[in-house]
Each structure stands twice: as C-alpha cells, then as structure tokens.
Design a protein around this ligand. Structure first.
Ligand code: T3D
Length: 261
C-alpha cells in the first residue's frame, strides 16, 4: 500500500496531498497521523513559507473513512474521543501555525473533509468541486470546526440549511457566498492554486502570519481590544526587516524582496 499522504517541497512551499483516491481521500487514523506530522514539520521549518493541501484523484476529502466505523466490526467508537484525538488537534494546528495554509479543493469535499478546507486560511476550488456537510445523513453534527467556521463564513441561515439538508454546494456558489476565496476552471485550477501559494510564500510571511492570527482573534474581541492588539502587533511588524524592505522598495520603485522576518 502506498503512502496515504504525499509531501513534496516546491521551492519554499510544502505541498501535502491526501492520497487515498479510491475512497476519495477519506480520513483514517493513519492519514491523520501523517498529515499532522507533516504539518508540524512545516510549522517548525523556517524555510517553508506556505503550505498547500490538496487531494489525489477526483476528490479532495470525503471526511471520516466510514469503514473504520462499521458497526459490524462490533467496536463501539467514542466519537468524542476520536474528535479530541484526531480532528481537533489537526484543526487547531492549521489555525495556529504561523504561515499561510491554502486548501486547493480539487474535487468533492464532504463531512470533515469540507471543514478541513474551511479551517485553512485561503480556500480555492476547481469549478467541478462541491462542498457537502454530510453529517446529518449519519445523525451527526458538523465537526472539525464546522459549526464555527461554516457559520462564521456564510452566516447562521445558510450554515443551518447546509448542515441540515447536506445539500452539495457547488464551488462557484461557495465563491459567490464568500465561503471560499475563488474557483477556477478545472484545467487551470492547480496552476492557479500553486501561483497563489507561491506569491504568498515569497511575500512578507511574518506579516502574513500576524495577519492570520489577528483576524482570527477578532471574533473573540471587542473593537477596542482589537485596536490594542493591532497597535501591539504592528509595533512588532514595524521592527521587521521586511517592513524596511517594503518601504525602501516602494520608494525606489522596484519589487520588494521579502525574507519572511
Ligand atoms: O467518526 C468520527 O470520528 C467522527 C467524525 C466524523 C467526521 C465525518 O467526516 S462524518 C462524514 C463522513 N463522510 C461522509 O458521510 C461522506 C460519505 N461519502 C459520500 O457521501 C459520497 O461518497 C460523496 C458524496 C462524497 C461522493 O459521491 P460519489 O458518488 O462521487 O462517489 P462514491 O461512489 O460515493 O465514492 C467513491 C468511492 O469512495 C466508493 O468506494 P467504491 O464503491 O468505489 O469501492 C465509496 O464507498 C468511497 N467513499 C466515499 N466516501 C467514503 C468512502 N469510503 C469510506 N468512507 C467515506 N467517507
């Protein structure tokens, strides 16, 4: 059996490909371990300045591999434990890692697969991709952060309807609703996703990381608290070499060459 997660370095971008195409890259315990391990490595590696997550074959990720939940196996699985052990650390890691994480949704994203994508900083999708909150068909609630991220992105009315009906949301509609950043024709989608990752990875990545954390903090803060946070973080950013380079490059009318610190 091949590796369930492919990890490839492309310049300063770590490209991670969920690789169980026969089951539309559904999550197994093994795949969780591999994905988390590679994300932890990328998070700790200063030469990695952006991460791109995609899927092999025609799907992005079909959520939990339901063969691991087959009642015929006689095992009673405590889903609270599986979430706390596998899904929650994954989502927390993506949200806390101090570099941009891009989801390149190449095909169907269902259940925790959809919410894995929504946990990423920027989501781009192939036009043929769709997002399905499949949980209600199993008597479950959206997890992997879905009750939070889906609601924050599309609002309560749409989040409840998507979750309760499990209706597939096509990529273009997801884009129109502001649930994802952009959709692209299937033929050019991966090229566009990599170009986006490349432009972020060559950007002022310390500033991008601080932007990510500041925007994520906003929903738990008042405007007043957020103003204080901005003043504190901007003080730090103003002391980076990238700020000096950005201003100098502007004044010298040349492209900036950022180092990420
Ligand atoms: O359990 C916990 O720890 C709690 C956490 C739960 C998180 C969750 O994600 S729960 C939600 C789990 N996911 C689903 O319910 C989605 C199930 N899949 C589907 O509904 C459909 O496959 C899709 C709508 C995603 C795609 O449909 P379609 O028609 O394009 O493809 P297909 O023919 O259904 O699937 C292709 C193959 O992938 C097929 O295998 P086969 O027949 O060719 O051997 C199918 O069984 C397999 N597959 C798809 N999804 C899963 C899967 N195998 C295992 N687990 C899956 N989730």
């Amino acid at each position: 059996m091949g590796d369930v997660l492919l990890s490839e370095r492309r310049d300063n971008i770590q490209e991670l490909t969920l690789n169980r195409p026969d089951s539309l890259n559904a999550f197994t315990v093994e795949m969780h371990g591999r994905l988390r391990g590679e994300l932890e490595k990328a998070a700790a590696d200063p030469t990695c300045r952006a991460v791109l997550i995609t899927g092999a074959g025609r799907g992005f990720c079909a959520g939990q591999d339901l063969s691991e939940r087959d009642p015929k196996n006689g095992q009673v699985v405590d889903l609270s434990v599986t979430l706390s052990t596998n899904y929650n650390p994954l989502i927390r890691l993506i949200r806390s890692m101090e570099k941009p994480v891009i989801a390149a949704v190449n095909g169907v994203a269902a259940g925790a697969g959809a919410n894995l994508a929504l946990a990423c900083d920027i989501v781009v999708a192939a036009r043929s991709a769709k997002f399905i909150q499949a949980f209600s068909k199993l008597g479950l609630i959206p997890d992997a952060g879905g009750t939070w991220s889906l609601t924050a992105l599309v609002g309560e009315a749409r989040a409840k309807a998507l979750a309760m009906t499990a209706e597939p949301l096509p990529a273009e509609k997801a884009e129109a609703w502001g649930m994802i950043w952009k959709s692209f024709p299937d033929e050019t989608f991966m090229e566009e996703a990599r170009a986006l990752a490349g432009s972020l990875a060559n950007g002022a990545t310390a500033g991008l990381a601080a932007t990510k954390l500041a925007i994520q903090a906003a929903s738990g803060n008042s405007m007043d608290e957020q103003l204080d946070l901005e003043a504190r973080v901007q003080g730090e950013m103003g002391r980076t070499a990238d700020f000096t380079e950005g201003v100098t490059a502007f004044l010298e009318k040349r492209p900036a060459s950022f180092k990420g610190h």
